[in-house]
Design a protein around this ligand. Structure first.
Ligand code: AMP
Ligand code: MG
Length: 491
């Protein structure tokens, strides 16, 4: 059987729309072959969503595709060009270790990028080796799947293969390649690249392409470029609110890591917060805490301002007018974001309707959580199930006062306590991918070739609102100095 036939059986239905953009946006090239690839994990639900046959994806022919040793029939692989502000500094970047293999058209007619990450050097690699290590690729797989299960827009992961080749970092690590699936890999940085090149025609082509691909409903708007900016702002406001509501810290909100589609992209030093604190930072290279938890909405606006700048020549022929339109659009972010956040927080507290004092009630709870070092996820989980003894600040007088206010607010609504409980159950996850659990799964996979720990974690994370008994253990915090983390009144 030829590879092409087998690839056909897998169900690839490919198109290459990005490759029809002007040539400056990419470099056509194939992935670099690897010696001894092995499939470590395959995402069957994602395969099904793409219209791919999971059995065929477990064959050697499909492995060759995931490893970059073959490309499926009809694919036109390329490395995408893009720029970006990294920690505030502008750089020309581009896919230094990734390749857009092609775009899969699903049976529903949706289009998804199929990208290999870790597939070898490209003209944009600068001094990098173009490769990725197993740990970080599995990490991206776990956290992106957890985000999806939480209902937050995100890129997905179809497969991770090891390459059979080691890569050199601080130590020697197993090389791996992630097959990433995304609505697209268009980034704020893609627009920055086009703007930096200075060809307005190409910028317009990019904007039109983006609109067709992600915002078809505005394609005929009078000022469709302004509409594009407004829609991107809307999706980001919703996305960042979602992150904040689950305690997700992206870690590297560089403009090349902000997707125009509104999906979460690039799971590098990201993490979910344990103890609630606005200052939480996970990235060790983020020394100035630019991307701390509480800064994320501000950084999103900053990134969106960089996006708006790139669109200025398209917004209006008069620069002053263009700037005015961009500023007006950016000025809406705060309100949009706040609306999503407030609605989400009300749901987390089981509140229906709106009362003027709701925001104060929410802020006071968060203040107490921060002051007393309460775990973010577990506090809301405990409130959902009335397990107040599990809440760190349960013996504080301020908390008792808060509880009274919350309960009287609940008492004033006409919805039943059961409806309120259901709202909380479906708004407060039982589990998040806690760092120590993720690390444990990665260590088993990397050190012992044991993927069962990760599989189990993925199962638990796949239904975060189930509140099932098996999830209990995964809600626990890491022990500190051998003692369980949980603290009770009087201890
Ligand atoms: P990332 O955080 O993986 O998106 O990386 C930021 C930029 O550096 C991207 O443009 C990557 O393509 C590039 N990059 C990261 N790691 C490597 C590597 N090992 N080799 C080449 N380029 C890389
Ligand atoms: Mg990136």
């Amino acid at each position: 059987m030829s590879d092409q036939q087998t690839a056909g059986e897998a169900g690839w239905n490919l198109d290459n729309s990005y490759a029809r953009l002007p040539e400056s946006f990419y470099t056509r090239m194939k992935p670099s072959p690897v010696r001894a690839p092995k499939l470590t994990i395959l995402n069957e639900p994602v395969a099904a969503m793409l219209g791919l046959n999971a059995d065929a994806l477990r064959t050697d022919a499909a492995l060759a595709v995931f490893a970059g040793n073959e490309v499926p029939e009809g694919a036109a692989p390329l490395a995408q060009a893009y720029a970006g502000h990294q920690f505030g500094y502008f750089n020309m970047l581009g896919d230094g270790r990734a390749l857009l293999i092609s775009e899969q058209i699903t049976p529903e007619g949706e289009r998804f990028d199929i990208q290999l990450k870790g597939s070898g050097p490209t003209p944009y690699s600068r001094s990098g080796d173009g490769r990725a290590a197993l740990g970080p690729m599995l990490r991206e797989y776990i956290i992106s799947e957890a985000m999806h299960a939480l209902g937050i827009p995100t890129t997905r992961s179809l497969a991770v293969v090891t390459t059979g080749q080691s890569i050199i970092r601080e130590s020697e690590l197993q090389g791996a390649i992630l097959t990433r699936v995304a609505a697209s890999h268009l980034r704020v940085g893609t627009f920055q690249y086009a703007a930096a090149k200075g060809h307005v025609d190409e910028l317009r082509e990019l904007a039109d392409y983006t609109t067709r691909r992600h915002y078809a409903e505005i394609a005929n708007d009078e000022n469709r470029y302004l509409a594009l900016l407004q829609e991107v702002i809307k999706r980001q406001a919703s996305l960042i609110a979602n992150w904040m509501l689950v305690g997700f810290i992206h870690g590297v909100m560089n403009t090349d890591n902000m997707a125009i589609s509104g999906e979460t992209i690039d799971y590098g030093p990201c993490a979910f917060m344990d103890v609630y604190s606005l200052d939480t930072v996970f990235s060790s290279i983020d020394r100035e805490a630019r991307y701390a938890y509480g800064n994320q909405p501000k950084i999103a606006v900053w990134n969106l301002a960089r996006f708006a700048e790139t669109l200025l020549p398209l917004l209006h022929s008069d620069e002053e007018q263009a700037v005015k339109l961009a500023e007006e659009a950016l000025g809406k972010f705060a309100e949009l974001y706040h609306g999503h956040w407030l609605a989400g927080m009300r749901a987390k507290l089981g509140l229906f309707g709106e009362e003027a004092e709701d925001e104060k009630l929410i802020e006071e709870l968060l203040r107490l959580m921060q002051q007393q070092g309460a775990d973010y996820t577990n506090t809301f989980r405990a409130l959902t199930f009335g397990r107040l003894d599990e809440i760190v600040m349960s013996c504080s007088a301020d908390f008792a006062a808060w509880l009274e206010l919350w309960q009287s607010r609940l008492g004033r609504q006409t919805e039943s306590p059961e409806a309120s409980h259901q709202l909380m159950r479906s708004s407060n996850p039982a589990v998040i991918p806690r760092n120590h659990r993720v690390e444990e799964a990665l260590a088993a996979a990397e050190q012992r070739g044991d993927f069962s720990v990760m599989e189990e974690l993925l199962t638990v994370l796949s239904n975060p609102f189930a509140h099932s008994p098996e999830q209990e253990a995964y809600a626990e915090l890491p022990s500190q100095n051998g003692r369980p983390y949980r603290t009770y009144c009087g201890t």
